[in-house]
Design a protein around this ligand. Structure first.
Ligand code: WQD
Length: 341
């Protein structure tokens, strides 16, 4: 068992942040949450506390607010930071590019400055498969990145470049960027899950709301792609596996300095129609969908080669698609209106 450490989680109230928070607590680490709660709720942190039977100090802070952020570092000795906090809607990023660069890139730069000032030299960064843009092949290896197609994807790519430059300048920094593919699922207690604000952008949260009657049907964006059934293929990965990947990354920060990048995915592709079928099985009824035109910016297929995380950390995605759908459905069924907002 690795030494217990103290991690500061930015965005710790969000979907992936809250699951990682619980995973760290269950492995005896200490956690401090910093979140502006713009797309998450304190109730998520309270549920983590309930599940773990431990207290989690949580601060409502915008990362770009240097002074407020510094106060958190001044109040708590922190060993390492796990940085989830970001805006993440691809379509919105096209409409509001400057806001995305401000929050995602400036937020990361400010965080780096403040953590460096307080002597924190270790960081796990939430990157994304969107840094691959139009893939040159599938499955994708880490070296294939660099041509993202949206402001969101470019903001994540820019952050990776900022982190690489910071590591080149400050030889004592250790940074791990995790590029996750399509995280879905929920904690198996049904207490933690994904609760998007407004109309969900992502396919499974939308489908889950169809299943509880909050939406009429799913629009399937395009069925003329060069794939086995004409719909897009993605690499859906259980949020508990993604959380586990963060903990392993955090525990490997001390191995060496510099920037390292890892994909987190299953290596298996699922089409939109296959996902609808799997989720329909999980909730016990056929869910209505209609084919509509392609969504701008979508690519036919995105699948991870997750071999690096397997080789170096023995990390594997352990949950299959049926389990991911059952867990998503349990959370949605038990929390039809999401967390109390
Ligand atoms: C999946 C598939 C859609 C909605 C995004 C980000 C990526 C990562 C995950 C964070 C696509 C189709 C969707 C709907 C549909 N996030 N779809 N009807 O676009 O693969 O990835 O989220 O970093 O970076 O780009 O995920 O869930 O939006 O779409 O048919 O109502 O479902 O066309 O084929 P995406 P998604």
């Amino acid at each position: 068992m690795p030494e217990p450490r103290t991690f500061l989680l930015t965005g710790g109230g969000g979907f992936i942040g809250s699951h990682t928070c619980l995973d760290l607590l269950e492995h005896d680490h200490q956690v401090i949450v910093v979140d502006d709660f713009s797309n998450s709720v304190p109730a998520a942190v309270e549920r983590v506390e309930k599940l773990a039977g431990r207290q989690v100090p949580a601060y409502q802070v915008d990362l770009r607010d240097r002074r407020e952020l510094a106060k958190v570092f001044a109040a708590h000795p922190v060993d390492a930071v796990i940085h989830f906090a970001a805006k993440k809607a691809v379509g919105e990023s096209v409409r509001k590019p400057l806001q995305y660069y401000d929050v995602n890139v400036c937020g990361t730069v400010t965080l780096l400055e403040v953590m460096y000032r307080y002597g924190v030299r270790e960081l796990v960064f939430s990157s994304s498969c969107s840094v691959y843009g139009r893939p040159c092949r599938n499955p994708l290896v880490e070296a294939d990145a660099g041509t993202p197609t949206s402001p969101y994807g470019r903001s994540k790519w820019m952050c990776e470049l900022v982190l690489a430059d910071a590591c080149a300048r400050y030889g004592d920094l250790s940074v791990i960027a995790l590029r996750y593919f399509n995280p879905i699922g929920a904690h198996d207690s049904g207490l933690l899950g994904e609760d998007p604000l407004g109309v969900p952008n992502n396919v499974l949260p939308y489908l889950a709301q169809v299943a509880v009657g909050r939406r009429h049907h799913l629009n399937v964006f395009g069925h003329d792609y060069p794939t086995r059934d004409g719909t897009c293929i993605r690499d859906y990965v259980h949020v508990a596996d993604v959380a586990d990947g963060h903990r392993l990354a955090a525990e490997h920060l001390g191995d060496r300095t510099g920037l390292r990048v890892y994909n987190l995915g299953t290596g298996a592709g699922t089409s939109v129609l296959e996902l609808i079928a799997a989720f329909s099985t999980a909730c016990g009824r056929e869910l209505p969908y209609r084919f509509v035109g392609r969504r701008p910016g979508d690519v036919a297929e995105l699948v991870a080669d997750a071999g690096r995380a397997a080789r170096e950390w023995n990390w594997y995605a352990r949950h299959d698609l049926a389990t991911m759908c059952q867990d998503t459905w349990r959370f949605q069924r038990l929390n039809p209106a999401g967390y109390d907002r």
